[in-house]
Design a protein around this ligand. Sequence first.
Ligand code: FES
Ligand code: FES
Length: 171
Amino acid sequence: MLNGKRTSVRAHPMKRLLDVLREDCHLTGTKEGCGEGECGACTVALDGRAVNACLVPIAQVRGATVTTIEGLKGRHPLQRAFAEQGGAQCGICTPGMVMAAIALGPHPTLDEVRTGLAGNLCRCTGYMGIYRAIKAATRSSKEQEGRTKKKVASNRSSVDGGTKPKRRPSL
Ligand code: FES
Ligand code: FES
C-alpha cells in the first residue's frame, strides 16, 4: 500500500525506494539530500517506522505499507505547525522532518524529539523552529483529544439524562 492505495510498480529489485517514489510514482515530495543515509531528507514511513528511502531497495518493500508526505494531504497538524513556527525555510528537509516527527507518536518529549530527529539534518532553521513546531502540534492534538473527550462525555450525559449510572444493589 502506498499512501492508502494498493500500488504495484515494475522496477529492478535493487532500485532504491526513493527513486521508485520519485520516478515511477511521481511522488516528488520525498527529497534526496545525501543519498547515503546521512541526512534524513528522504524519510518516509515504512509500516509505521521512519526509514531513509535512499537506503531501502524496493524488493524489501513488497507487501509493506509506505506513507510519504503526499499521504498526509497537507492536513496533518505538523504541516501547519512547521509553517507557522518557522520550522520550514528552504523546505528540503521538511518532508523528512515531518515524517520522522510523526513516527515519534502524538506526544513526544523534547528529549524524544531530539533523539528521534538526530538523523535529520537542517541547514537553515537551527532546529529551534522545528522543535517549536512539534511542540505546538503536540499541544493542539492534546487540546483536540480534550475536546473530543468532553464532547463524548456531554453526549453521554444527554443520552442518559445526565444521571450517573445506577449501582446495582449488592446481594
Ligand atoms: S537522501 Fe537519504 S538520508 Fe540523505
Ligand atoms: S529548512 Fe532548509 S534544510 Fe531545513
